[in-house]
Design a binder for this molecule. Structure first.
Ligand SMILES: NC(=O)c1ccc[n+]([C@@H]2O[C@H](COP(=O)([O-])OP(=O)(O)OC[C@H]3O[C@@H](n4cnc5c(N)ncnc54)[C@H](O)[C@@H]3O)[C@@H](O)[C@H]2O)c1
Length: 397
């Protein structure tokens, strides 16, 4: 098995989860980390016993010659840094969201093909054990033909990252065309698009603020309609943390709760009248026993982690590189999800909606967006134009 040299760029919040999972895998070694802030790179190297730390990506490349780089930098840097890496002959695991918009996504895919390098977007929850168990049940027909998928992300702003975004008006997340949502909704969205496979589903989206004190949109509701399957995505800062999805079909439904690692079946009782009221809770007890057994076994094996899906996706990505096979998250899917996100933010940023939400009492910040003479940018607001180059300068002090 080919031994792979790994590196990571961007030693912020999510970097630790990556480094932890990378270190668990065999036939790989983490050869270097990099952050524009040398102290963050040094600290990450120290925590995870990585031999080299850099503040310059060119130095990382020339001194460590990695086969694969994990890109855990802010969303607007994903495109330029991924392009730089594939052109340097490196395979790239890029965190979600894939790129700032679909135009960048298509360009990156084309450039990666030309360079013969793989790019894998971090849709890691597709490899979460509870999600995979749920999908197995769906494949076995537990819900019948899937017709509707509901995905919820509860994201109170009292969390560590939420507090940073709320208190720092210049936080990079607030400058994305889709704001907080662009950094967060990939996960609940791709849990829907797994089943809603239309190339361009119809989208109806609205964002708004949780209350009068909010300074940026904090709530998002989206409806999706494909030929056979519909979807509903809810992002809320007003509910407790949760990552749940319900998959409805012609013969019942399945609910997966990624935080509790629980999969529940919902279906009509086959028994008549009052007997059904006994059968339903009995069935729920049986489901609960199955969930308890699965989780207890994983607990005893030390396999329960918040980012369990990540390690699995890394391993599959590395194997694809060794086998010369396609990325475990097809590039076409990364592009499709990005396109749906573009449409969501385009609708939410519509002039009227923008006035009704942001314009009322929020202080709009300047936005990051891609600009070039021949293309329009997604989510551009005339009074908030800002070039990506300028934004990059900000994260490259
Ligand atoms: N898979 C998940 O569940 C998950 C969870 C959290 C974040 N993420 C994603 O990971 C990415 C990073 O998020 P975060 O929360 O860690 O952000 P963060 O702001 O905490 O960290 C980003 C780091 O990147 C560094 N950086 C910025 N530009 C750089 C450059 N050009 N070169 C080198 N370093 C650079 C910054 O200095 C910072 O340390 C985002 O795309 C986010 O959506 C994914």
């Amino acid at each position: 098995m080919k031994h792979l040299r790994l590196a990571l760029v961007g030693c912020g919040q999510i970097a630790d989860a990556h480094l932890q999972e990378m270190r668990k895998l065999t036939d790989v070694e983490v050869v270097g980390v990099c952050d524009v802030h040398q102290d963050l790179a040094d600290q990450a190297a120290l925590r995870f016993d990585v031999p080299h730390a850099f503040h310059d990506i060119d130095e990382l490349l020339s001194q460590t010659s990695p086969d694969v780089v994990h890109l855990t930098t802010p969303a607007h840097t994903h495109f330029p840094l991924s392009v730089k890496l594939v052109e340097a002959g490196v395979h790239v695991y890029v965190e979600k969201p894939f790129t700032l918009d679909a135009i960048e996504a298509q360009r990156l895919i084309d450039i990666a093909h030309k360079c013969g390098r793989l790019v894998c977007v971090g849709h890691d929850q597709l490899f979460d054990p509870a999600w995979m168990h749920c999908c197995t049940l769906v494949d076995q027909g537990a819900a019948g033909d899937v017709t509707h998928v509901e995905s919820v992300l509860g994201y109170p702003l009292s969390g560590q990252f939420g507090r940073q975004v709320t208190t720092d008006r210049n936080h990079w997340v607030r400058k994305l065309p889709g704001g907080l949502f662009q950094n967060t909704i990939s996960h609940p969205l791709y849990r829907i698009t797994e089943f809603l496979t239309d190339e361009r589903p119809a989208v109806a989206a609205q964002w708004f603020m949780a209350n009068a004190d909010a300074t940026f949109p904090t709530e998002l509701v989206v409806q999706l309609r494909g030929e056979r399957v519909t979807g509903a995505l809810t992002f809320s800062t007003r509910i407790e943390p949760q990552r749940t999805t319900r998959i409805y079909g012609t013969r019942g439904a399945l609910e997966v709760d990624l935080d509790s690692q629980v999969v529940r079946r919902i279906r009509q009782s086959r028994l008549p009248g009052a007997f059904a009221k006994i059968e339903a809770p009995l069935r729920q007890c049986a489901d609960a026993a199955g969930n308890l057994k699965r989780n207890a076994v994983r607990f005893l094996k030390g396999e329960i982690h918040y980012f369990s899906g990540m390690g699995e996706l890394f391993e599959r990505f590395y194997q694809s590189i060794r086998d010369g096979a396609p990325s475990p998250i097809p590039e076409a899917e990364a592009l499709r999800v990005t396109r749906v996100m573009d449409e969501i933010f385009r609708q939410c940023r519509g002039e009227n909606e923008f006035r009704r939400t942001v314009g009322m009492n929020a202080q709009p910040v300047e936005l990051i967006h891609r600009r070039s003479s021949d293309e329009t940018s997604v989510g551009e607001h005339p009074s908030n134009e800002r070039s990506l180059a300028a934004a990059r300068q900000e994260v490259h002090p």
